[in-house]
Design a protein around this ligand. Structure first.
Ligand code: RM4
Ligand code: NI
Length: 281
């Protein structure tokens, strides 16, 4: 694409040897579409924002995880107290003799799932490793690069064990209710979500949970759900030829007219107009 922004290694790594670094985004501001000379892992801690990856929109919040390849195009828009960390790395600079291709999704295999989620347990484990990476990558001591690389491998393996695809959610008992709730919302758009039922099943106080959700994600439960539906609808309109009514059903709307009204209000064009517009791109 003409005029495309490319982030350079020289601006984000110290020297020509450093293979791994951490870029904290407390907060992540709006950021224009770009590609990179390096790869990155994105881990979202709190708040929310619209992450557009290779033209696909994702409403991101706590627990979301992305594997971004150098050539992927992405941007951040309508951010709201969005807090994330980028673990940036240059695969060609890695020296340890490990099977990096097996550890890094997308490094070799063309088709991979860039998006997955972490639960409470996974987040706690990776947070500790990232802190160690940050400390080690700042040092200029013997073996610092080597230790950083070792920690990076540890991070990749931990992610490999603990991440899950959003539609195959193994909700374990060690999850906090908040993470269980986010996962339940993101995991199944097709059926109508009932918070009352969720709270009943988990024996928790609905008001307290709503409050905690808003505090950590910067959105209400309903707003999040609506944004997930709109993102999914955009994806389906663009990449499938489902009828609008079918898109509505797959996004959890029983009434197709109501879906169209909601979509039009959010996107300022009807689902069909939106599809037309984006097919032409
Ligand atoms: C930016 C944004 C980009 C990332 C760089 C390192 O703020 O998060 O995605 O590539 O930092
Ligand atoms: Ni980036």
């Amino acid at each position: 694409m003409a005029g495309q922004l490319i982030l350079r290694k020289s601006d984000f790594f110290s020297g020509t040897e450093q293979a791994v670094n951490v870029a904290d985004r407390y907060p992540q501001d709006v950021f224009a579409e770009h590609t990179h000379e390096f790869c990155e892992l994105v881990i979202v801690w709190r708040g929310n924002g619209l992450h557009i990856l290779n033209d696909r929109p994702y409403r991101i919040t706590r627990g979301d995880l992305f594997y971004i390849r150098a050539e992927d195009r992405h941007s951040y828009a309508s951010v709201n107290d969005l807090v994330l960390q980028n673990i940036i790395y240059c695969p060609e600079r890695l020296k340890l003799n490990l099977d990096w291709k097996a550890l890094i999704p997308g490094l070799e295999d063309g088709s991979f799932q860039p998006y997955s989620r972490l639960g409470t347990n996974g987040m706690n484990l990776v947070r500790q490793i990232i802190t160690q990476i940050e400390q080690e990558s700042r040092k200029a001591e013997a073996f610092s690069f080597c230790l950083t690389e070792t920690l990076f491998a540890q991070l990749l393996i931990t992610l490999h064990r603990h991440r899950y695809a959003v539609d195959s959610v193994p909700v374990t008992s060690s999850e906090t209710l908040l993470d269980k709730l986010i996962t339940a919302l993101a995991g199944n758009l097709e059926r109508t979500f009932m918070l009352e039922q969720f709270c009943h099943d988990n024996q928790c106080n609905e008001r307290a949970l709503r409050q905690q959700f808003r505090q950590q994600t910067g959105m209400t439960v309903n707003h999040y759900l609506r944004q997930l539906q709109i993102c999914h609808a955009q994806y389906l309109l663009r990449h499938t030829d489902y009828l609008v009514s079918e898109v509505a059903t797959r996004c959890g709307f029983e009434d197709s007219n109501y879906f169209s009204a909601v979509f039009t209000r959010e996107m300022e064009m009807t689902p069909s107009q939106w599809r037309q517009r984006h097919l032409a791109d």
